[in-house]
Design a protein around this ligand. Sequence first.
Ligand SMILES: [Zn+2]
Length: 469
Amino acid sequence: MTKIGLEIHCQLTKLESKLFCSCKANYREFEPNTNICPICMGIPGSLPLLNKSAVEKATLIAMALDCRTPDKIAFFRKNYFYPDLPKNFQITQLNAYGNTSIGWEGKISVGNVKIRIRRIQLEEDPGRLIYEGATEKTKLTLVDYNRAGTPLVEIVTEPDFETPHQVREFLNILSDLLENLNVSDPGLEGAMRADANVSIEGGSKVEIKNIGSFHDLEKAVHFEITRQQSLAERKIEIVQETRHWDDGRKITVSARTKEEEAEYRYHLEADIPWVRINDGTKNQLQIHMPESISSKKERYVSKYGITPQVADILSSDRYFSELFEKANNETNAKDIANMITTDIMGLLDTREKRDASKLKGDHITDLVEYIKSNKITRASAKLALDEVIKNGKRLSEIIEDLNLGHVSNEDVLSGIIAEVLDEEAKAVEDSKQNPDIVNFLVGKVMQKTRGKADPELTLLLLKKHLDID
Ligand SMILES: [Zn+2]
């Protein structure tokens, strides 16, 4: 049987500062090597100071993943030499003296499969190595320490996955969950990275390191299963090793033989005392935990009668569910949900577009009400939506600016219809044989009014003119 386990590294991107110093957690804004200080550089004599919010956010993750949480946490030094880690050790966690990491024994359901979470730990991210050209052939490697010391949560699963598809599903669920908890923004480059370990029946475990995208992770796991199966068929031994994912060639390549855990010479980080997390703190976190995606979905269906499919799409995306909550005035909930999922999601499909968007909940409430009360057509609503996203003006203003008001005055409409009937003499003639042609003429009236004609009234008037029942 194929067994796949994951180690996911997730940055706590919503924090102000790094894990042990006051440098900014949002290292992405800075010129290389300007977001650093003696603590994150590990200058002798500097002392780390633990970021309380990081502990709280990490504990939230542990709780949301149904983990058991400790009464006190401890930090350890993991010693290794690597240019992205100027201290020569990483401050991380290890359950060496009982369970002292942020959480353990949790679970996530992926369809009908339960994926067990072995452990969650809080640790610091190292700096970033930047290779000139391809990793294998680089002549020059640059180091940027801005990221060094930013808070990272490592989530380790049991080897409960059997297919690459399950891995992908799990990562989607996990990233929605982290976003919903408001602890991380998985859309940011490098905010979520994963290692996978893969073994097939009778073979050793192979680890695939540091894959940056979910899409690639699924591919890498798939490749690795195929590679191992092919070795097994040819009776070649599968050696225990670490492999890298070569993004260009879409294959895994052997990196080095696996280090044993003991080689890291873990020992307690004496500069950080054990930190107690009492029941009061845990209760407070529980009380203020954002509503879970599944409970949101249930509420949308039961309270507002939204279809489960729409509720599913809406609840699993934090940005759009927030927009829905703000727009929702309980009378038009269903229409608002539909407008968000059918029109707005497509217009705001990237992070950049969402950041730039001026659209507020009120705009959506107004749009839906205007359509319902026949003040504008659906086609005009789309034009108005584009405009609102760009400039955030009030809907009434936009309708006036763009002259989008509904044409529902019978005289005005009759005039336009007369023009159309004049221009489309052949269609008028054909309509005697084929009454369905009236729909084509409705389309022509719509075109002339740039989508503003009241469709029902247009149809009625046209039928009258053409003498159709
Ligand atoms: Zn620092």
